[in-house]
Design a protein around this ligand. Structure first.
Ligand SMILES: [Ca+2]
Ligand SMILES: [Ca+2]
Ligand SMILES: [Ca+2]
Length: 226
């Protein structure tokens, strides 16, 4: 393919225009990236054939007591480990498996971010085994708004991830409630996408650089005066 000079120049202008438009769009719209909570609060999981506790939870509360109030820590739900097999495989023999499983309750989990964040999406990793009364929840509340949980792989009984996006939630925490449709709900990980809400105050890094360059100027001046 031969491209003439005129075509090249037109192409260049168009590309520059596209880049400019994209730059403007980015500067006006927050871009969602991974967001990590600093802690979450919830009731510990329950026991059945095994113990579906949050045993690696770092905060306050008994990680080996059914339903104990857990506060101020991180654990199974945010460790990056996503269960790829059903509870009866992943949790055997006992105690420290990747899931947290709750029975006969609709668990409430509050995630804390420590600063004001904008959250675009939440992804939940849930079991769907249809064994022992373990099914994905029928719906979830995110900050009080209800979302139906549809099985993205009907007929497939493996765990799955489901993303709720376009949330446009702003705050320093987010509350999630899972409404079970069977006796149990099993969750292995929760992921967030969004951004920290920035203010007009310069970041410490910028201030430090500014201070350094001022110090440098002062040093030069003193040397010249000497
Ligand atoms: Ca996990
Ligand atoms: Ca566990
Ligand atoms: Ca499925």
């Amino acid at each position: 393919m031969i491209i003439s000079k005129t075509m090249k120049s037109l192409l260049g202008t168009t590309l520059a225009g596209v880049a400019l438009a994209a730059g403007l769009a980015i500067s006006n719209t927050a871009v969602a990236g991974p967001l990590a909570p600093i802690s979450y609060d919830m009731d510990n999981g329950n026991s059945g054939s095994y113990n579906y506790w949050d045993q690696i939870y770092t905060g306050t509360g008994s990680t080996t007591t059914d339903g104990a109030a857990l506060t101020g820590g991180l654990g199974d739900l945010t460790d990056g480990v996503i269960a790829l097999s059903n509870w009866y495989i992943a949790e055997a023999p006992a105690g420290n498996g990747p899931y947290v499983g709750w029975v006969n309750k609709n668990p409430i989990i509050t995630f804390n971010f420590g600063t004001t964040v904008w959250i675009d999406s939440v992804t939940l990793y849930l079991d769907d085994s249809n064994v022992g009364g373990v099914l994905q929840p029928s719906s979830v509340d995110i900050n009080g708004n209800n979302y139906v949980v549809t099985d993205p792989t009907p007929g497939d009984l493996l765990p799955f991830g489901i993303t709720f996006s376009g949330l446009n939630a702003t705050g320093s925490s987010l509350t999630l409630q899972l409404y079970r449709q069977s006796s149990w709900v099993f969750l292995s990980e929760v992921e967030f996408a969004g951004d920290v809400v920035s203010s007009a105050v310069p970041e410490p890094g910028t201030l430090a650089l500014f201070g350094l360059s001022l110090a440098g100027l002062g040093f030069v001046r003193r040397r010249k005066a000497a």
